[in-house]
Design a protein around this ligand. Sequence first.
Ligand code: HEC
Ligand code: HEC
Ligand code: HEC
Ligand code: HEC
Ligand code: HEC
Length: 499
Amino acid sequence: MVSINPPDPDSSYLHKIWFGVLHFLLTIGSHWLSLWGAVTCTVTAVFIVMMFLLDTIGYFHNPYAGIIAFVVLPSIFVAGLVIIPIGIHLSNKKKRRQRASGEAEAERFPRLDFNEARVRHVISVFGFITLANILILAAVSYKGVQHMDSSEFCGQTCHTVMTPEFTAYERSPHSRVECVNCHIGPGASWFVKSKLSGSYQVYAVTFNRFPRPIPTPIENLRPSRETCEQCHWPEKFIGNRIVVKTKFSDDEANTPLKTVLIIKVGGGHLESGNAGGIHWWHMYSQNKITYIPADKQRQQIPWVQLADPQGKITTFVAADSKITADELSKIPVRTMDCIDCHNRPTHIYKMPGPAIDEVMLVKRVDPSLPFIKKQALDLLTKEYPTQQVARDAIKSGLENFYRTNYPQIFSTRQAAIVTSIAALQQVYSTNVFPEMRIAWGTYPNNIGHQDFPGCWRCHDDNHVSADGRKIPQDCSTCHDLLATEEANPKVLPDLLTGF
Ligand code: HEC
Ligand code: HEC
Ligand code: HEC
Ligand code: HEC
Ligand code: HEC
């Protein structure tokens, strides 16, 4: 058995520390398990500190680096910490057994006699190391929580699964808002809930048990009052908003047609005298609208109820609904909030027509190429097994078209054709994700009524109250249509210059 003599009482301070460390090492090294634990802890601690420093100077952009630094390494570190005392305990037990064979009664616990220099040394080194460990763990768990709340972690760790949402998010008006601001919001209880459902998601992804596409609406999404309204003031009066839409036709010249709308977004307060428009009518600050959807995606709404600021309640029922009153009574009633209209505030998957129009408007796809709109639409709306196959097909499709039908243009306008192909490939791969079974229009958008029922789920002139009142569908309820698909709307030069 190795032993060291206690230091001289009046030896130097450094000397004492040296003895302390030696004693500590002897205690830890007395069993292979505690030795192993100590080595593991030391090695991981060095790595954690290194990763921590690298992360602090902004070296990492990779979501996996964060998982290793703040989840995997700390877990190994803690496991190491746990086995150290187990090893010490086992070694003491062994010593006691050896002693017991000679003595009548074995001691059950080691004696902590502070008069013994060895005990004092071990305890003080132990205390110092524990303090250092607590500091490391506190810093790492803070960073870990911060990391797991980051958009890189939510959006990029489970690669295939979140690619569509992350891609759409990065190109949206909310690309600087973290995922957690909408999906979790402030407060501890939703944080815990999200970590619980997150653990299930880790399981689902690991064992490939997740649905494709991810079904919506998200059943237990936090009410928007506690998320969106942290940033958007619901009573804010927005007033009218002018929207100009350009649609390119499918003729040879891709003739642009313009639609001009004044959308009555509204908002405001009865008390301030500016109440009105879309926002004021539906927001529960003064009106409360509840409804019962007949399908999971909330696209059919047979029953709607309005409680107005005076407390009067009006119930509207779809005249042609086939669902019985008994079936209706079994479905939970939902209070309308931001998400019932803005269900795609950030994961905005576009429809092919408007998505192509958008890149043509900014000339990333050259509108002077003959029939480019029609060709693009044909190529982008075909079904492809993967994004790569789609990209190749878009390239060869467009090249073949111009080579065969417009050889002159094919040879003189190569640059325009090449940039147009790249832009169209990007339109496809930011909106369609065959790997997650997301095609054009898989996720309905509830704003508007062109491609999905949207506002017309209720505003169809067919939802009638007992006293004959209807949820209105007149075109001027929600917007004034100043021009509809006109080549040169007369209002535009009057309203704006430069368009
Ligand atoms: C501005 C708020 C907002 C932000 C920021 C946001 N989301 Fe969402 N997200 C939503 C809303 C609202 C829905 C619900 C759509 C529904 O229920 O129909 C949703 C739905 C989803 C869905 C379900 C599938 C789908 O496409 O609807 C996933 C997955 C998702 N979000 C992941 C993320 C990830 C990952 C991030 C960060 C990279 C993120 N979200 C950031 C608001 C947001
Ligand atoms: C952390 C703050 C924050 C949260 C939370 C947030 N938003 Fe926003 N939102 C913004 C900012 C900032 C903009 C302006 C972006 C811009 O103009 O580019 C914006 C813009 C918008 C717009 C206008 C988009 C456009 O096309 O101009 C809508 C609609 C919107 N948010 C709805 C929502 C909804 C619905 C939610 C909840 C699901 C939400 N927001 C949550 C900060 C937030
Ligand atoms: C009845 C449907 C509906 C509801 C409910 C609704 N909105 Fe809107 N909101 C709209 C429409 C329609 C527009 C105009 C969209 C457009 O111009 O394309 C709009 C526009 C906006 C804009 C952009 C305003 C601007 O400056 O131009 C923001 C921000 C916004 N909504 C936030 C919210 C928030 C936050 C909530 C919940 C408190 C909410 N909305 C509830 C339909 C709704
Ligand atoms: C869940 C059903 C529902 C949906 C979806 C819905 N609304 Fe409404 N909306 C109502 C009800 C109910 C009223 C009150 C009708 C009444 O009493 O005249 C109303 C009233 C309005 C009004 C005021 C009408 C008036 O009499 O001046 C406007 C504007 C409006 N909605 C716009 C929209 C827009 C835009 C959308 C889509 C983005 C939309 N609504 C989606 C239920 C709905
Ligand atoms: C309940 C509200 C509501 C009613 C009623 C309504 N609309 Fe709309 N409409 C909208 C909203 C919201 C948009 C989307 C604006 C946006 O995308 O920014 C829209 C968009 C449009 C567009 C532009 C579409 C595009 O993308 O090019 C046209 C055209 C249009 N509506 C025509 C009509 C006509 C015609 C009627 C009458 C039969 C009508 N709307 C009734 C709410 C309504």
